[in-house]
Design a protein. Structure first.
Length: 57
């Protein structure tokens, strides 16, 4: 998986917190491991709706 949180479909703006948050379902242990390892996120999903169409052409 490649990509960053900035262009992930799970990265949404929270008005109450006034910042972007990840809405992927991670438990506390998964989140900790992800932050410690520095590897790419296994839950990353592109926010580009046309990515699949471009790939098919």
């Amino acid at each position: 998986m490649t990509g960053t949180c900035d262009d992930c479909a799970y990265n949404v703006y929270d008005d109450e917190m006034d910042e972007y948050v990840c809405e992927a379902y991670l438990d506390e242990d998964e989140f900790y491991r992800l932050m410690q390892t520095g590897k790419s996120c296994p839950y990353y999903r592109s926010g580009d709706d046309y990515e699949l169409v471009r790939h098919q052409n």
